[in-house]
Design a protein around this ligand. Structure first.
Ligand SMILES: [Fe+2]
Ligand SMILES: [Fe+2]
Length: 305
């Protein structure tokens, strides 16, 4: 994909799993020339309210979908802790769980999926989801994502999730494949796959699913690297979890990772992996290879809870 700097495109910049790797330069980079929307896929910290406060204070249009780490203690106790309550309060409407944000400049509506996902078949704590969102099952969660899509102004959608959907592969290096514990198997979210199936059945177009959670560097095989950019049919799946998102370049420069997508009239025109230095200046922008997956999405069982 060719690098595009066309002023007619809208800029949707993604921040992958943060895990507390956030520098003053990262705020400078975003605030100096704010993207049309900045999308955080979550795992800011481990219920780290100060980290959430820094993101909430960014003077740019943004949406956040909190990850499993952002609700770590709450899952342990099966109840919403003070820290999680404070995080949700700080983010307010910028926390996009089961809701929609319009981006007219891009021609898309951004839909928020289920927050705090750990991946796999279980919600981990239906008690916690029930307390915050009135949801106890994968099917209820799928219905809530679909409801958000019903309120979208555009027919072209971007879905923001913490973890990606089921159905994109079972190998450890697949975009949402399980690389830990007993490795192998599809670690995608069933509610999200079901929601996408229904949304497309309504005649809406899911142009992209933007997520993270499954980190780029693999535990099995150790040293392996995950495939993070795939397309199936008309949908792009982007996994922004380059972790840690700050690295040392060979010349000693410290660079941090952003994923920039450019949009016009509801279509993604370009994707670039962007590295930013300690002054908030862009140092590299490279278009990743997007792997085309064969076939169609596997049908998700509508009857399973
Ligand atoms: Fe993470
Ligand atoms: Fe995560």
């Amino acid at each position: 994909m060719k690098s595009a700097t066309n002023s007619h495109t809208a800029d949707l910049t993604v921040v992958g799993d943060v895990h507390r790797w956030w520098r003053a330069a990262d705020s400078v980079f975003l605030e100096r020339r704010p993207p049309d929307l900045t999308l955080f896929v979550g795992d800011l910290g481990d219920e780290d309210v100060e980290m959430v406060r820094r993101v909430a204070a960014l003077a740019v249009p943004k949406v956040v979908l909190l990850g499993n780490h952002d609700a770590w203690q709450s899952f342990g106790r099966k109840v919403c802790t003070e820290n999680l309550r404070e995080s949700l309060h700080l983010l307010g409407d910028d926390h996009l769980a089961y809701s929609v944000r319009e981006v007219p400049a891009a021609g898309v509506s951004v839909i928020g999926a289920r927050p705090f996902s750990w991946g796999g078949q279980s919600l981990r704590s239906p008690e916690l989801y029930d307390e915050i969102y009135g949801i106890r099952t994968m099917r209820q969660s799928a219905a809530a994502i679909v409801d958000a899509a019903r309120h979208a102004h555009h027919r072209d959608l971007v879905i923001l999730a913490h973890n990606g959907p089921l159905g994109l592969g079972e190998a450890t290096d697949d975009i949402f494949g399980k690389d830990f514990g007993k490795p192998g198997g599809d670690w995608g979210d069933r509610d999200l796959a079901l929601a996408i199936q229904r949304i497309e059945g309504m005649g809406l177009r899911v142009q992209a699913v933007i997520a993270g959670h499954m980190h780029h560097s693999l535990l099995h095989p150790r040293g392996g690297v995950r495939r993070r950019f795939v397309r199936r049919g008309g949908t792009l799946f982007l996994n922004a979890a380059y972790v840690p998102r700050v690295r040392q370049a060979t010349n000693g420069d410290e660079l941090s990772y952003f994923l920039r997508t450019r949009w016009s009239t509801g279509q993604c025109r370009a994707i670039e992996e962007v590295w930013v230095d300690v002054h908030g200046d862009e140092r590299e922008a490279v278009a990743p290879t997007v792997v085309e997956l064969d076939g169609v999405a596997p049908v998700v069982d509508e009857t399973q809870e």
